[in-house]
Design a protein around this ligand. Structure first.
Ligand code: PLP
Length: 548
């Protein structure tokens, strides 16, 4: 494809996409295909010769579209949403065309800086405490776009693991890391997403599941009991994952209670708000964030409900140095002359030295100054290299009379934010969405989803054959046919086979339910009524077949 053909075919593609999204509600949302269907339709090897574009697009229509679940459909109620939007599609389109990699500032200055700016904007929209933002050159906190919430959870667990292992090895210099690792233990609720368990498996640490209360919420008391019991066994609690918006019922752990326990026992607190985080653009839902200022890291997926196309997980940390220590590598080909003056999301950000600030003013002749003895350590922390000011390894702090002594001056630390090196220009689509919707547009979108879910719940509750056995929040409703689980299982199976709506199940203490998520910006009250008619129709069939 050359420039000339691209100009024509890309414009056709724009129409194709607009037609698709405009008409997606009329398609069956769940495909009527069986495993292997595509293998039977496509050749077993790539074409030897170039194929004309129109033939390729014909195959998209004929063989790809019939095998898709249409996630943008107003009748898609399965999982959590994965919404896209026109500004996001434009961002991805442009980002694909530019195809810049944003691992260091030098590899793409605008890509890197836009990510910091967009993450600061988004953090402020959500009302995150300032310590999570990166607005000053010496901010320790900051946001980074990760690929998925699972990855954010893993990154946070690994950072906490490194932090604790470093502390333990200082206390037990003779012990190997592997031996210390065996003592670590972390916690999440029994309602946490499976990605938390997976992070523990990859991190080689034991995970305790805290029994949630009747509202599926992890409470501080139960967490503390588990921590006390583990400490008595010689274990070291180091990381807790709280969930804001569980996958099963959008339940919320009691963040303040959990955070207080984490602070008391020195455990890193990560918050997984994969789906529900989007709702915090609306102040009325922020009561669930109470205690956030005590957390160490927080992540949610704008790629779920906030209409930023997959992939886009927004993650903030309070002290990014913990990440940097975990992923610290520094090959020469990634260094650049501006290292240390701007963020490099892959790493080699600011050069950082371990520092002691010591009172050593010669005027005092070794006596007292401002009540401090000479050679008193008055600050013990980190020093960020400012290439213009740092001449040697010892230097006077600006405006102070203390001397800064840098420990291990040859060992600079380079700052890292993620597992992979290469990263797409994902900030572009996020920035487009934030600008094109504005805060009011995003709030309107979230509020509409919540309102439609309430409308659906009212319909369910008005029919005596159905029940809502479990409270849920935001835009999720869980419901079932009264009676044996088998009835609801059959109902869901048949609904999905008919393909007019798509939903998935959940189980609460052996009670089988259908999860019905309403989130698409295309879903209307009329769609909810149509979907409810479909559910009632199929339910009537099943009840007649079962009970006559
Ligand atoms: N955490 C929660 C609470 C979720 O509901 C999900 C997925 O729905 C995840 C994590 C996993 O998200 P991701 O696919 O971005 O890893």
């Amino acid at each position: 494809m050359d420039h000339v053909e691209f100009r024509v075919k890309a414009k056709e593609m724009v129409d194709y996409i607009a037609d698709y999204l405009e008409g997606v509600g009329a398609r069956r949302v769940y495909p009527a295909v069986q495993p292997g269907y595509l293998h039977a339709l496509l050749p077993r090897a790539a074409p030897a010769q170039p194929e004309p574009w129109d033939r390729i697009m014909r195959d998209v229509d004929d063989v790809i579209m019939p095998g898709l679940v249409h996630w943008q459909s107003p009748h898609m109620h399965a999982y959590f949403p994965a919404l896209t939007s026109y500004p996001s599609i434009m961002g991805d389109f442009l980002s694909s065309a530019l195809n810049v990699l944003c691992f260091t500032w030098a590899s793409s200055p605008a890509g890197t800086e836009l990510e910091t700016i967009a993450m600061n904007w988004l953090g402020k929209i959500l009302g995150l405490p300032e310590c999570f933002l990166n607005e000053q050159n010496d901010s320790l906190g900051g946001g980074v776009i990760q690929t998925t919430a699972s990855e954010a959870t893993l990154v946070s667990l690994l950072a906490a693991r490194t932090r604790t292992l470093t502390e333990l090895s200082q206390l037990n210099p003779e012990e190997q890391s592997a031996a210390l690792l065996a003592h670590l233990v972390c916690y999440c609720s029994d309602q946490a997403h499976s990605s938390v368990e997976k992070a523990g498996l990859i991190g080689l640490v034991r995970m305790r599941y805290i029994e949630s209360d009747e509202n599926q919420s992890m409470r501080g008391e139960k967490l503390e009991e588990a921590i006390i019991s583990d400490k008595a066994k010689g274990l070291v609690p180091f990381w807790v994952c709280a969930t804001l918006g569980t996958t099963g019922s959008v339940a919320f752990d009691n963040l303040r209670e959990v955070a207080v326990v984490c602070q008391k026992y020195g455990a890193w607190l990560h918050i997984d708000a994969a789906y529900a985080g989007s709702a915090f653009v609306c102040p009325e839902f922020r009561h669930w964030m109470d205690g956030m200022e005590m957390a160490d890291s927080f992540a949610f997926n704008p790629s779920k409900w906030l209409m930023v196309s997959f992939d886009c997980t927004a993650m903030w940390v309070k002290d990014s140095t913990a990440l940097h220590r975990t992923f610290n590598v520094n090959p020469i080909y990634l260094r650049h002359e501006n290292s240390g003056k701007a963020i490099d999301y892959m790493g080699s950000n600011k050069k950082r030295y371990k520092m002691k600030k010591i009172r050593t003013d010669s005027d005092t002749n070794g006596k007292q100054m401002n009540g401090k003895e000479k050679d008193t350590v008055i600050d013990d922390g980190y020093y960020y290299e400012d290439t213009e000011k740092l001449g040697g390894y010892d230097k006077m702090a600006p405006g102070c009379t203390e001397k800064i002594q840098l420990e291990n001056p040859d060992k600079k630390e380079y700052l890292h934010w993620q597992i992979p090196l290469s990263r797409r220009f994902r900030a572009l689509k996020l920035w487009f969405v934030l600008r094109n919707y504005g805060v009011s547009g995003l709030q309107q979108h979230i509020r509409k989803g919540v309102k439609l879910a309430k409308e659906f719940q009212a319909l369910v509750e008005s029919d005596v054959r159905f029940e809502v056995p479990q409270n849920s929040n935001l835009s999720l409703v869980v419901f079932r046919l009264k009676g044996d689980n088998a009835l609801t299982e059959r109902l869901l199976r048949r609904l999905n086979a008919r393909g007019h709506i798509h939903a998935v199940p959940a189980c609460f203490k052996d009670t089988y339910v259908i999860r019905f998520t309403v989130a698409s910006q295309r879903t209307t009250s009329q769609d909810i009524l149509v979907d409810w008619e479909e559910i009632k129709l199929v339910a009537s069939e099943i009840l007649v077949e079962t009970f006559g």
